[in-house]
Design a protein around this ligand. Structure first.
Ligand SMILES: Cc1cc2nc3c(=O)[nH]c(=O)nc-3n(C[C@H](O)[C@H](O)[C@H](O)COP(=O)(O)OP(=O)(O)OC[C@H]3O[C@@H](n4cnc5c(N)ncnc54)[C@H](O)[C@@H]3O)c2cc1C
Length: 351
């Protein structure tokens, strides 16, 4: 039986694990944390991801627990200017769930196929030859497999061990998030976005009953909102910086990169986790059918496309002056024409 080592138990690593275990590979997932994550990072799950996760059972479990969004409502300051219905058919639906819950469903699927995440194992180095690859861990352990998947996030030790360049740039300034409980926020099923003065942006995204994620391109997400979000409890808040980067190649010999280890971009468009899930599902399929050497050539251009689309959308949403006036004009038109609303929603959710 083919032996695969996966480094990192985020959504990308767990998707690869569940899919490989389902298709009869012997899989070990090594994670540096001591236990499962409790961080709510990525919220939006696209229909494409749910489809990919249906065979292993995680997709239906995620959809059953998640919030299904009704609409996206964009505001100019505090004034609503465009509403896009998001659930006019199965392909237009988008679900919100805290990332740790998505990971729990993926880990449960992996477990159903006999797998288990091995925690407390921080990879520190690799060695490979034509017969296999050996991972070395900080605690002195090592593990030999036929193939190794680096799903260890943006600061990937696996990518560094391969000496693969991660070219790109960093966005200036701090972005921020808040994970809040609110019983009285009116948009229980709506994604709300706010275009603010000076080209700033903020969003409020439902992720569970009365629980919301706020993100802004300012150091204080809650203070950036132009409307009152009554908070019953603040679960977590923090700042982060954003890199726009992509690995030159997603494969070297017997080692592959998936998810944030292969690419990184802003939260605009909510694609990061979804792209990682798609990388992982495709790599699992290719390892099983023996076409793994085509993985990088297939996924790298898709990753480049998503980075470009996300960056174009970010620049547009953060624009000022004439470009912002054009954006607002377009939103006014789309808001009045249902076929344009549906086309815009499909565009947002494709992939
Ligand atoms: C605030 C915020 C909001 C976001 N919102 C969205 C969204 O709405 N939609 C979306 O699609 N994406 C979103 N993203 C992006 C999303 O969180 C990431 O793209 C996603 O987590 C990538 O998954 P991954 O499995 O590739 O990497 P990660 O989730 O980073 O997982 C990597 C795992 O590897 C482990 N690890 C790291 N180094 C080692 C090592 N040396 N040895 C062993 N284990 C290691 C880590 O502990 C971690 O568990 C958001 C990100 C942020 C920060």
């Amino acid at each position: 039986m083919m032996r695969v080592a996966i480094i990192g138990a985020g959504p990308s690593g767990l998707t690869a694990a569940a899919e490989l275990a389902r298709q009869c590979a012997s899989v070990r997932v090594f994670e540096k944390r001591d236990g499962a994550s409790n961080l709510s990072r990525a919220v939006g799950i696209t229909p494409g991801s749910l489809d990919l996760l249906t065979p292993c059972g995680a997709g239906p479990a995620i959809a059953a627990e998640a919030v299904r969004f009704t609409s996206m409502i964009m505001h100019h300051g505090a004034r609503p200017i465009m509403r896009l219905p998001l659930n006019f058919d199965a392909r237009s639906s988008v679900h919100g769930l805290p990332q740790d819950r998505t990971e729990a469903h993926l880990a449960a699927a992996f477990q159903r196929y006999g797998g288990q995440v091995i925690y407390g194992h921080k990879v520190t180095g690799l060695a490979q030859d034509e017969n296999g690859v050996t991972a070395r861990f900080a605690n002195g352990d090592s593990y030999h497999a036929d193939w190794l998947i680096g799903a260890d996030g943006a600061h990937s030790v696996v990518r560094n061990a391969l000496d693969t360049p991660f070219a790109g740039y960093d966005l200036p300034g701090d972005w921020s998030i808040a994970d809040v409980q609110s019983r009285t926020w009116p948009h229980k099923n709506n994604f709300t976005g706010f275009l603010l003065p000076q080209g700033h942006i903020a969003v409020v995204v439902p992720m569970a009953a009365d629980r919301y994620r706020v993100i802004a391109d300012r150091p204080d997400a809650r203070a950036a909102l132009p409307v009152d979000l009554p908070i019953d409890h603040l679960n977590r808040s923090g700042t982060f910086t954003i890199g726009i980067r992509q690995a030159n190649s997603y494969q070297k010999g017997r080692v592959f990169l998936v998810g944030d280890a292969a690419h990184q971009h802003s939260p605009v468009g909510g694609r990061g986790m979804n792209l990682g899930i798609a990388d992982a599902a495709e790599l699992a399929r290719r390892l099983v059918d023996g076409t793994q050497d085509g993985y990088s050539a297939a996924r790298h251009p898709l990753g480049r496309h998503v980075l470009n689309v996300s960056e174009r959308a970010r620049r547009m949403l953060q624009s000022r002056g004439a470009r912002k006036a054009l954006l607002l004009g377009m939103m006014h038109i789309v808001n009045r024409v249902p076929p344009l609303q549906r086309a815009a929603a499909r565009q947002l959710l494709s992939g």
